[in-house]
Design a protein around this ligand. Structure first.
Ligand code: SF4
Ligand code: SF4
Length: 365
């Protein structure tokens, strides 16, 4: 359950905002707020996850600090969102991972797993590890197929299941409590909002991020990150189809679909996280929850490292560096998979569900 103080503060702010309503055209949060007269915990959690932290309402607010009302919606909603991530984590006892320093957890895990894979190399002949391998099955000559597929498959399946369970718990605690019904139209509305990141566009000028001036940079870098991730996922999916259905064994040629998709996606995952990280470091601290910086930065760094080592592996796969690069890349990938349900990635699940709820509520109006 989110901390009572955060809930109370969010309720206080929404009560003030619902009387004021100056920001009603700013984003989806304020119209959703206006559909309510009172704010239960589920309502506030939904509104917090619908908020994308554009900071517009903070800079526009006549009641923001130093005013005695101290209205700071983006900061309070950011804290509430983070508390809801821990609250909806599955299994529940792992929710405490959200509260730990994100950089230390993710990098420690990445280094540990990378080390683990390097230890695996201890079982492999050095001449194989540092030899040059070309042609079909080159990767599997260094790390056996089963050692690569099973741990990754199991960790990814667990992460996926865990995030689905988190989504179900979230929906039951928010939308279902408000009597919202899922419909195809609402789901499509949510998907459209995610694919276009409409809400990061503000009223056309973008977010008030990293400072008071309007900027489309956050939306742009978020697009790079999102589509980069999706293209890399598509590349892995095609590689799996090639392997299992057609019996075409990796590595694939530079002009093959998995490599082309992975390359474009990988570049997106370099540009996007670096851009978002720069904006985060430059951002005005007043409307933000600085305690969440670790989790955000850890996720962006992990995405960057997965992409960087993946691209390096692709370029140097026929050299003697391939064995080491393969282990390090897989270490980062495994760290990413393992931390997906307990890090920043979950914001995608809950924000999508909040957007679906918003679309459903607007339809009923
Ligand atoms: S954030 Fe401030 S200006 Fe905007 S609706 Fe709330 S109280 Fe009014
Ligand atoms: S920070 Fe932006 S998205 Fe969040 S409530 Fe304020 S205006 Fe809406």
């Amino acid at each position: 359950m989110p901390l009572i103080d955060t809930i109370k503060e969010a309720e206080r702010l929404m009560t003030i905002c619902n009387a004021c309503r100056y920001c009603e055209g700013f984003c989806a949060v304020f119209p959703a707020m206006e559909r309510r007269k009172t704010f239960g915990e589920g309502d506030l959690t939904y509104l917090a996850n619908l908020c994308h932290g554009c900071q517009g309402c903070y800079y526009a607010c006549q009641y923001a600090p130093p005013h005695e009302f101290k209205v700071n919606v983006p900061q309070t909603f950011a804290t509430l969102r983070a508390e809801s991530y821990a609250d909806f984590a599955w299994p529940g006892f792992l929710g405490s991972l959200f509260r730990k320093n994100g950089v230390v957890v993710s990098l420690g895990m990445a280094l540990g797993l990378g080390l683990l894979l390097l230890l695996l190399f201890g079982m492999q002949d050095l001449s194989i590890i540092f030899g040059s391998h070309t042609g079909e099955g080159a990767f599997y000559r260094v790390i056996p197929y089963a050692a690569m597929v099973w741990p990754f498959g199991l960790v990814f399946a667990f992460a996926l299941f865990s995030m689905i369970m988190g989504g179900v718990i979230y929906w039951r605690s928010t939308a279902a409590k408000s009597g919202v019904r899922l419909s195809v139209g609402a789901i499509l509305g949510g998907v459209r909002d995610v694919l276009t990141l409409k809400n990061l566009g503000g009223a056309g000028g973008g977010c008030n991020y990293p400072d008071e001036s309007f900027s489309g940079k956050r939306r742009l870098f978020h697009h790079f990150t999102f589509y980069g991730f999706m293209l890399c996922f598509a590349a892995t999916s095609f590689a799996t189809i090639y392997d299992h259905w057609f019996g075409w064994i990796a590595p694939y040629s530079f002009t093959s679909l998995p490599v082309l998709l992975g390359t474009v996606g990988g570049i997106g995952l370099l540009v996007g996280p670096v851009g978002l990280m720069k904006l985060k470091l430059d951002a005005d601290p007043a409307p933000r929850d600085r305690d969440l910086m670790g989790m955000d930065v850890a996720f962006l760094m992990l995405l960057f490292l997965v992409s960087f080592t993946g691209l390096a592996l692709m370029l140097l796969r026929e050299t003697s560096a391939m064995g080491t690069l393969l282990a390090v890349h897989l270490g980062f990938v495994l760290a990413l998979f393992a931390t997906l349900p307990y890090g920043k990635m979950v914001h995608g699940v809950y924000r999508f569900l909040a957007l679906v709820q918003d679309a459903a509520e607007r339809k009923v109006e």
